[in-house]
Ligand binder design. Structure first.
Ligand code: ATP
Ligand code: MG
Length: 268
């Protein structure tokens, strides 16, 4: 059975209905390698056009449970893009300075300028995920944020930013496997933290918090992509293709030359 990547606006998402191991018509990594390479080459080409045209920008929002594959996605899908045109912003718990502002302040500041791609590795959605799960602020405060996020995204879109939001959907078993892998390989030890195990105990609460986000903040201007992410190769292909589709949908062209070049002769 096929599984939707984007659900209809207003529909209540139940994550149990989404298979994290879904891989469409493909069976194994080998089946998509050529496609993925072509997709990445297309992104490289479109990024250059985005930069030279400089009328639009692209914000990519990545959210997932720990070990969900945010870092891997950035490395594999965006790793070959010209670093001059693409920034990655990682968001952790807010600093004292950041916490003294409204919760969207630091994200707005990091949003892409025209011509650029910015990837948010975690985002303002943490302010209704970890914050909700651990009651880091009162419910009266976080419950207003869904609407505030929708309005913020609408404002960005109206100002020329395309927003692509990806929830990398892994199973609890897959998370266990990935943590074990980090423990078993010395070159992966640095990726493991006790905090990951602490948060794993709240798996169900996180799923619930994600379901609310994926339902309430799934808007026409900035819909959520629910990406089956147990298979890294399928995840990369799905995200790569969504990026190509979004960039191809923009009205972009290389700028006209400032003058007629036909009389220019480059002397030896
Ligand atoms: P990795 O583990 O792959 O290096 P990461 O994104 O998990 O990357 P960590 O430093 O492990 O980075 O975790 C960042 C932590 O910051 C997460 O536990 C996250 O929930 C927390 N965090 C992010 N945004 C907020 C926020 N707005 N309020 C409170 N905590 C937040
Ligand atoms: Mg972490």
């Amino acid at each position: 059975m096929s599984q939707p990547l984007i659900v209809p606006i207003g529909e209540k998402v139940k994550l149990a209905d989404f298979d994290p191991s879904y891989k469409g018509k493909y069976k194994r990594k080998r089946d998509v390698q050529g496609k993925l390479r072509k997709t990445i080459n297309k992104i490289i080409e479109l990024q250059e056009l985005l930069y030279s045209d400089s009328n639009n920008s692209l914000l990519i929002v990545l959210q997932a449970m720990d070990a969900g594959g945010k870092d891997g996605t950035i490395k594999h899908v965006m790793g070959a893009v010209n670093p001059q045109g693409c920034d990655v912003k990682n968001f952790k718990a807010p600093s004292v300075e950041e916490a003294a502002h409204d919760f969207l302040w630091r994200y707005h500041f990091a949003a892409p300028r025209k011509g650029k791609i910015v990837i948010f590795n975690r985002s303002y959605y943490e302010d209704v995920l970890v914050v909700r799960v651990h009651n880091l602020v009162q419910k009266t405060v976080w419950s207003k944020r869904y609407n505030q996020i929708n309005n913020f995204e609408k404002m960005l879109v109206e100002n020329g930013t395309t927003i692509l939001k990806f929830y990398l959907h892994i199973s609890k078993d897959e998370q266990k496997k990935r943590f074990e892998d980090r423990l078993n390989r010395t070159n992966k030890h640095w990726k493991f933290s006790d905090a990951d195990l602490r948060e794993r105990q709240y798996w169900d609460q996180y799923m619930e918090a994600f379901e609310v986000v994926l339902s309430k903040c799934n808007t026409k201007v900035a819909p959520w992509h629910i990406v089956p992410a147990n298979n890294k190769w399928y995840r990369d292909l799905v995200i790569g293709k969504a990026i190509v589709k979004a960039l191809e949908g923009l009205d972009m062209k290389y700028p006209e030359p400032e003058r007629d070049f036909s009389d220019i002769e480059i002397k030896d």
